[in-house]
Design a protein around this ligand. Structure first.
Ligand code: ADP
Ligand code: ADP
Ligand code: ZN
Length: 220
């Protein structure tokens, strides 16, 4: 929207739900740019504070095992991030019903979108994921390779593999997702504004699907 256009009175408040590897990070970055809102991601925030001492130990102890970091630690991150954001796309939170209730008490969402991708594809995506430790960009060795192998297109950083993206930890994360986060999707299906988007196409196709949902939601 140009500087002289109508004032964007209410910025979009979007939630992206989906299993690990569904493409939440990839699509959140695009949505944040398209709608000029904050990308709020608990995963990145926790990775930046992995060694932080809390009443519940450090985030690392949970993350490296593929388990959920305790709610008080994660909720506090979200409270702070949302307090500073006009509009946002929330990625990686809520991950259990208690977080969903906490979020409900804090904000009203414009849209909750669920990215659906079959499990075999999730494992391929996660085990082939590479990330740039310098700028946070995400790649895939096969599906979204950088121009030069192992080097970030954006900043030249040396790409690495997250240490929870090994096959064993991926299986545990998918189990934790089924147990804790699938009920959250069901919850939004029942009470919220949940739309389902096919997450199996190319990143461009998935983005087009999401944008369509945001825009048609606006018209209501
Ligand atoms: P999430 O944040 O949901 O865990 P990511 O956005 O990090 O997911 O994506 C997981 C992996 O799958 C990354 O390596 C990413 O490059 C790749 N990926 C994302 N979207 C697609 C897609 N539509 N098709 C193929 N690979 C994808
Ligand atoms: P994914 O690619 O699986 O979506 P994330 O980057 O969102 O991964 O999360 C990585 C890890 O950070 C999780 O396995 C979990 O340990 C922790 N984490 C992220 N978000 C949350 C949350 N909302 N509640 C609890 N733990 C979280
Ligand atoms: Zn980079």
């Amino acid at each position: 929207m140009g500087g002289n256009g109508p004032l964007n009175v209410t910025q979009q408040r979007l939630l992206l739900l989906g299993p690990p590897g569904a493409g939440k990070g990839t699509q959140s970055v695009r949505l944040a740019e398209e709608y000029d809102v904050e990308h709020v991601t608990t995963g990145d925030a926790l990775r930046a504070n992995k060694e932080m001492e809390t009443d519940h130990g450090t985030p690392r102890e949970y993350m490296d095992a593929g388990e959920l970091v305790p709610d008080p630690v994660v909720n506090e991150i979200v409270v702070e991030a949302l307090a500073e954001a006009d509009g946002f796309v929330l990625d990686g939170y809520p991950r259990n019903l208690s977080q969903a209730e906490f979020l409900d008490d804090m904000v009203n969402l414009d849209l909750a979108a669920f990215l659906s991708v079959p499990e075999a594809e999730l494992v391929r995506r996660l085990t082939g994921r590479r990330v740039c430790p310098d700028c946070g960009a995400t790649y895939h060795v096969e599906f979204a390779p950088p121009e030069a192998a192992g080097v970030c297109d954006g900043c030249g950083g040396e790409l690495t593999q997250r240490n929870d993206d090994t096959e064993e930890t991926v299986r545990e994360r998918l189990r934790v997702y089924e147990e804790n986060t699938a009920p959250v999707v069901q919850y939004y299906r029942e009470v919220g504004n949940l739309v389902e988007v096919d997450g199996t196409g190319s990143p461009d196709e998935v983005f087009a699907g999401l944008r369509e949902m945001v825009e048609s939601n606006d018209a209501v």
